[in-house]
Design a protein around this ligand. Sequence first.
Ligand code: PNS
Length: 163
Amino acid sequence: MKRAVCPGTFDPMTNGHLDIIERASAVFDEIVVAVALSPEKGGGPLFTIDERVEMVAKATEHLPNVSVRPFDSLLVDLARQVGATIIVKGLRAVTDFEREFQMAQLNYRIDDEIETMFIVAIPEYMYLSSSAVKEIAGHGGVVEGLVPANVNERLVGRLRKGR
Ligand code: PNS
């Protein structure tokens, strides 16, 4: 039984995240999507932890071996807690590489029984990010096709209120 953790801030989840989770769910027996509280991130996340967990849960409800949970600890501690031996992450353009490489090295140093593995983003999502999506939507641009439908609804509602 190979259980993997797929961590991130998911503020909000994009179709790039969803693609990685779908592909990971075909490789591993179980995927636990771990949504980080990440209060320190760029002025704080747009969506609360509960909203982010809910959006990921709704967008992945077609995947029976995927579950979602929040976390506010070291990632390797969460992995141990849920019985996962793999951290699976998406890798986009080369700009991701240095940060991901650093995190993978540090996580391995903290617990060498947990392996980090990467799934390379498809070209369509190579430059897609949560922050770009928020920027486009914040200026009234269309993000349909870049995020799951339920995320699009929330995003439009949230940013319209804030205008
Ligand atoms: O979506 P993100 O913001 O790239 O995800 C980053 C995340 C949440 C995976 C990373 O910040 C993380 O693992 N945070 C938990 C704290 C931790 O374990 N830090 C040590 C790794 S260097």
